[in-house]
Each structure stands twice: as structure tokens, then as C-alpha cells.
Design a binder for this molecule. Structure first.
Ligand code: NAP
Length: 286
């Protein structure tokens, strides 16, 4: 069984790494805040000393980090992955970042003698726990093939999308749509209830028709309860919208409603809801 590294044990990384340990892989973990390694060590993982040491000692190292700055720091920072990679070892970054960040990391890893695959995921905390994520890969195909067994312990579906950058773009497109849908949903729920409609009945009507979807049925009760336990942090949705709008600038694609959605998520971050679930954007809309 391959030696696997895992860097970044947040909401997503912890259960993803746990699924690899439970599947019998020899897993070495590292997290900036070391305390988050403890449950994984109890499960049977090894404690890594640094991203450099993890990348140097494992055949394939996965990362699941907050944003482009975090992905950059783990790769290019002191004691980073770049200092440990080489000899054809693999680095698979599953963080949601922009295509430029991913391409810069890919270029550096390849130059250092490693292989790179980007693999952002669609799906949230529960699918991460259940191993049912949708994994959007692009980059070195030999690494994609070699990592298949591990990827299949984390996801129910994996796609190979071609050159580095295409996985990042696919992920940003999907989350841009999701962010916009959430804003429309919250505005409809707020408007309906201010107009005297019963919130549960609005949800029931949505669920019975063409607009039925798991996001509305999953997040709807959170809106009604005013309680937003975090599966997908609001700050990460704002980051994804920011990166999608930047991609729109670059490609000359107007994104009127997504740019407006980004502003609403920025407002929610400023209101103190950055670490709540992204459904908490409802509070500033109300
Ligand atoms: P999270 O809980 O906020 O975890 C972020 C991770 O990044 C933590 O391990 C954190 O370390 C690490 N980190 C942040 N800044 C760092 C830095 N400068 N150097 C090194 N490590 C750093 O986020 P998450 O929800 O697991 O999401 C991870 C990624 O997956 C994000 O790109 C997100 O957009 C994406 N994603 C999330 C979901 C979801 O539903 N949650 C779904 C799909 C995709 P510390 O523990 O030390 O803070």
C-alpha cells in the first residue's frame, strides 16, 4: 500500500484523511495548528514534521487548504512541499484555488522533479465524511492513475479534465452558481416571510417543483431556525466568488449577478459571519 501524505486538516481535510487511514493506507499528516492532527494520530496516522518532510517521505501527498495564500504557503514557504518533492513523487492539491495559483504550483513542482495534479472537490462536510465527494482533477495523468485507489476512498466520482487549471476553473464555475443560488434562495425566503407566508410552506412548494434541490432542502431548515452550524464556511464561498469574478474579468465574461452575490457575501463576512456556514448570508439579507 502506498505511503500517503495529507496536509491541511480542516473541516474537509480531517474526514478525507481519516477515510484514507481507515482504508488501510500508511498516512502521514501535517496541519499548521498541530492539535488537529491528534484525532488522526489516534486513528493510526503518523505525525508529519513539516510539509517538506511529508512530501519527502510519501509517494503521494494530498493537500486540502483554505485558499490561494494557504496553498502558496504550504508549497513555497519555508519547509514547504517544494523543498521535499522530487524523484517523481506526487503532489495533489485539493484546495479550491484559482487557475493561476494552481499553474504556479504545478510548474514549480514539475521543475523540482515531482508530479502535480489539482483535484478540488464538490461536496461538503458530510460527503467528505462519507467518502462521496466529486473530485475534479487536472494535470499529470500518470499521477491521476496512480492515485485512483486513494481518490476512490474520498469520492464517489472523479473526473480528469485535462491540463492544470481546468479543475480549478470547473470548481469555481460550480461554486459561483451555488453562491448565486444561495442569494436568490435567501432573498425569496426573506421576501415571502415578510409578505406573511409560512417559511415551511415556501420550502415545501420549492421542494415539490422544478426548483427542488439538495441545497434548498438541506439549508432551508437552517434559515428557518436561524442556526448555521458550519459545513462550508461563508468566508470560503466569498473567496470562491471573488476568484470566479476575477476569472470573468480575465476572460471578458460579464458576471453581473455573481459580482452582486460576491458583494453580499463580503457584507456577511464584515458582519462577523465569516466562519459560519455560507447559509448565514441570510442574516444580512433579512
Ligand atoms: P477550513 O476548515 O477553513 O480549513 C482550512 C485548512 O487550511 C486548515 O487546515 C488550516 O490550518 C489551513 N491553512 C489556512 N491557512 C494556512 C496557511 N497559511 N498555511 C498552512 N495552512 C493553512 O476549510 P475547509 O472547509 O476544510 O476547506 C478547505 C478547502 O476546500 C477550501 O479551499 C474550501 O474552499 C474547499 N472546499 C470546502 C468545502 C466545505 O464544504 N467545507 C467543500 C468543497 C471545497 P489551521 O487548522 O492551522 O487553521
Amino acid at each position: 500500500m502506498k505511503k500517503i501524505g495529507f496536509i491541511g486538516l480542516g473541516i474537509m481535510g480531517s474526514p478525507m484523511a481519516a477515510n484514507l487511514v481507515k482504508a488501510g493506507f500508511d498516512v502521514t499528516v501535517w496541519n499548521r495548528t498541530p492539535a488537529k492532527c491528534v484525532p488522526l494520530i489516534s486513528l493510526g496516522a503518523r505525525q508529519g514534521e513539516s510539509p517538506r518532510q511529508v512530501a519527502a517521505s510519501c509517494e503521494i501527498t494530498f493537500a486540502m487548504l483554505a485558499d490561494p495564500d494557504a496553498a502558496h504557503a504550504a508549497c513555497f514557504g519555508a519547509d514547504g512541499v517544494l523543498e521535499g518533492i522530487g524523484d517523481g513523487r506526487g503532489y495533489i492539491d485539493m484546495s479550491t484555488v484559482d487557475d493561476k495559483t494552481s499553474c504556479a504550483i504545478a510548474t514549480a513542482i514539475t521543475k523540482a522533479g515531482g508530479r502535480f495534479l489539482e483535484a478540488p472537490v464538490s461536496g461538503t462536510k458530510k460527503p467528505a465524511e462519507d467518502g462521496t465527494l466529486i473530485i475534479l482533477t487536472a494535470g499529470e495523468q500518470s499521477l491521476y492513475d496512480e492515485a485512483a485507489a486513494a481518490l476512490d476512498k474520498m469520492g464517489k466520482l472523479r473526473l480528469y479534465l485535462g491540463a492544470v487549471g481546468q479543475g480549478a476553473r470547473m470548481k469555481l464555475v460550480v461554486n459561483m452558481i451555488m453562491g448565486g443560488m444561495m442569494i436568490s434562495f435567501c432573498e425569496g425566503m426573506a421576501l415571502g416571510q415578510k409578505g406573511g407566508l409560512d417559511g415551511s410552506q415556501i420550502l415545501a412548494v420549492l421542494d415539490a417543483g422544478a426548483l427542488a434541490n439538495p441545497m434548498f432542502s438541506g439549508k432551508g431548515p437552517m434559515l428557518l431556525a436561524g442556526d448555521f452550524p458550519t459545513s462550508f464556511p461563508l468566508k470560503h464561498m466569498q473567496k470562491d466568488l471573488r476568484l470566479a469574478v476575477a476569472l470573468g474579468d480575465e476572460l471578458g465574461q460579464p458576471l453581473h449577478s455573481s459580482a452582486a452575490a460576491n458583494e453580499t457575501f463580503k457584507q456577511a463576512c464584515a458582519a462577523g459571519d465569516a466562519d459560519r456556514d455560507f447559509a448565514a448570508v441570510y442574516k444580512v439579507i433579512q
